[in-house]
Structures are given as C-alpha cells and as structure tokens.
Design a protein around this ligand. Sequence first.
Ligand SMILES: NC(=O)c1ccc[n+]([C@@H]2O[C@H](COP(=O)([O-])OP(=O)(O)OC[C@H]3O[C@@H](n4cnc5c(N)ncnc54)[C@H](OP(=O)(O)O)[C@@H]3O)[C@@H](O)[C@H]2O)c1
Length: 381
Amino acid sequence: MHNLNRRSILKAAVTFATAPAFMAGLSGIGCAIAADSGSKSSLDLPLLTKKRTLGSGKYAMEVSAIGFGVMGANYNRGISPDKKTMIKLLRDAAEHGITLFDTAQVYGPLINEKLAGEALAPFRDKVAVTTKFGHSIVNGVYQKGKLNSRPENIRKVAEESLKRLKVDAIELFYQHRFDPAVPIEDVAGTVKDLIREGKVKRFGLCEVGPETIRKAHAEQPVTALQSEYHLMWREPENSILPVLEELGIGFVPYSPLNRGFLGGDMTAYTKFDSGNDNRNTLPRFTPDALGKNLLFVEMLNRFGRPRGITGAQAALAWTMRKDGFVPIPGTTKLAHLEENIRAANLNLNSKDWNELEKMLSGIEIVGARYPAEQQKQVQRS
Ligand SMILES: NC(=O)c1ccc[n+]([C@@H]2O[C@H](COP(=O)([O-])OP(=O)(O)OC[C@H]3O[C@@H](n4cnc5c(N)ncnc54)[C@H](OP(=O)(O)O)[C@@H]3O)[C@@H](O)[C@H]2O)c1
C-alpha cells in the first residue's frame, strides 16, 4: 500500500512537471524537465543542472546540488545489487548531472573505492569522487575501532586510493574520524604537502568539533565538513554550522535520509542483514525505536502529499535548504535516484520549512544515533 502511494506521488510529480512551471511548489521540477529535452539519454531520469559551491577561495569546489553516497552500493546497507547493476546506476547518476560521489577507504574496506573508480572512470573529467582516510586497515583488514591518521598512513592511503579511484589527484580527501593520537595540525599539514605534490586537490573533515575545524583550517583551508545531518539529527546546528559559515567551509550532510528511515520503507518489523548492515548495531534501528519513530515518517508524508512530493524528497530538500549544503544520499535503485535528483530541483521556501518544523516539533526521537563506542569517535565541541 505504502509503495503504491509512493509511486503515485512520484508519477503525479512528473505529470505536474510537464504543466506550466508556475504550479504551486513545483517550479523547480518544471525547470528540470525543460532541461531534459536537451538530454540524449533514453532514460526518463531528469537532468540535474543545479550547482553549488563547497568551500571558498582557492580551494572552492563546484558540484551538483545533490551528490551520491556510494557506500551502500556494496557496504553496510545489506544485500546490494550485483556489481554490474551498481556500475550502471552510478553511470546513470553521472550522466544525469550528479558530479559529487562519496566513498572511503574503510567502506568494504577497499571494495567501495574500487567500485567507484571502475564505474566512474569514463567520467573522470566530469565528476569528483571524494574519499577518506583515518581508520586503521592492515593488509586489507579493518581493525575495528582503531584509528590511524599518522602522516605516513595518510600518504599510504592517498597513494593506494589514487590507484583504486583511477585518478591522478584526489578531488577532496577527508579525515574520516579525528585521531586523538595525532595533532590535527599534523594531519592538515600532511594533506597540504599532498596538495603541493599534486596528489590531492582539497582537504575535508568529518564529525569534528569547532576547535579542530579552526586549527585545521588555519594550516590548510578546509573545503567541506561532512557530518550526519537530517531531520532526526540536527546537532551540527548548535556549534558546527556557525563556524563553517564564519570560515567559508562547505557542508556535506551524510546519511541525509537517516540511513533510509526517512525514505519511509521501514517498519518495526524491518530486519537488517546481520553480516553487512551496520543499522543492526544502531540504537535508533531497534524494533522499538523504529516503531515509535514512524510518526516522523507519517508527518513527512503528510507534509509532502499536498505538495506532490514524497517524504524522502521533503527530507532531502530540507537538507538542501541552505546554499553550501550538499547532501549525499545513497541508493541502489533507479527509482530512488530519480526521486532524489528531483528533490534537488524543488523550490520549497522558508514558509514550507517553518510549516514542516512545526509539524515535527514535539515528536520525541527514540534511540541514540550511534552506540557508545562509535559516539566516542565523534567530537561534539
Ligand atoms: N563521513 C562519514 O562518517 C559517513 C558516515 C556514513 C555515511 N557517509 C556517507 O553518506 C552516504 C549516505 O549515507 P547512508 O547510506 O548512511 O544514508 P542515507 O543516504 O540517509 O540512506 C541510504 C538509504 O536510503 C534509501 N533511499 C535512498 N533514496 C531513497 C528514496 N528516495 N526513498 C526511499 N529510500 C531511499 C536507500 O535504499 P535503496 O538502496 O533501497 O534506495 C539506502 O538504504 C554514504 O554512502 C557515505 O558516502 C559518511
């Protein structure tokens, strides 16, 4: 029943899009379809033409308004389609205007970077594949919970990632988690050297606090910070986003659909693959939390319905409501890719967002986002 609703909403959005662009709330979609007519693709995917700039000055980076998180293509999101299918989906995304793809050494480990490299090699002059260092991986095996941002390891990861990604320079190289054993100035300094040597183009950080951001940025300007950010996790608003704005650093919200939950396909009975899905370990994905948090999804759908959009589109568009925010949702499905691209072309305004916030305010969110051990690896202040 639910899926039928989703499909009909999406279909309605497409139908509306062919109507004049002044129709309420859908002018962005109309523009996308207009752009479609120039597309040579046989697919019905809209062309994403909206761009955004991450960072500022010499290290700024222009990318599509929405990116693609590659992680779930073969890691941490359960059973995924075969490699050939995922390669095709990544290429469809690139052909339809997505220019920012996100992976990391630790995803797999290694296999996710390899997949991104192989899939996107034909687009290497058109898209940016960003990757990350900082977890400990020894002989291809992830050392659970261990970090390694020592300069020699950053250099080693850079050399190996270049090969896996099949590029001459890494477009944006993030530290994946702060390593208390290595001063951030040394991390930033190492990336600065790699930039000087032409192996890396830009520097990024993930889940670090304001002081770390300032110290790193003073050594090597930071292009973007990646943090979990969505309607059910807004903590970066407290002390991170103001610093990014002050310093001219871009923001890449990761898991913008709360790891799929805001997409509306889950219930209290949803089971996650025990071998390759980290949602199994997250307090927010226990049957109790899933069931109770469904109220959030219901409200999103209620918000989306009169606007001709799905709850997932509303959730994604919300993470794009400010310039300089570029979310990176992951998907293994063409239909979801289409939905997500269309979300980037929506023109919702502050009145819409105020209404959504009012609808969601007062709903208690059940379950922490990370278990205690993983939460220790993210800085909060
Ligand atoms: N820096 C970090 O520490 C960090 C941590 C986590 C993730 N990330 C990055 O963020 C990216 C995305 O994160 P994520 O995969 O955790 O979370 P997400 O993007 O919030 O959710 C992905 C899930 O949402 C589903 N989905 C996508 N579009 C949908 C739609 N339109 N409707 C309904 N469901 C939809 C996908 O399922 P289907 O396959 O069925 O579409 C997938 O399982 C990752 O790929 C990674 O690059 C970074």
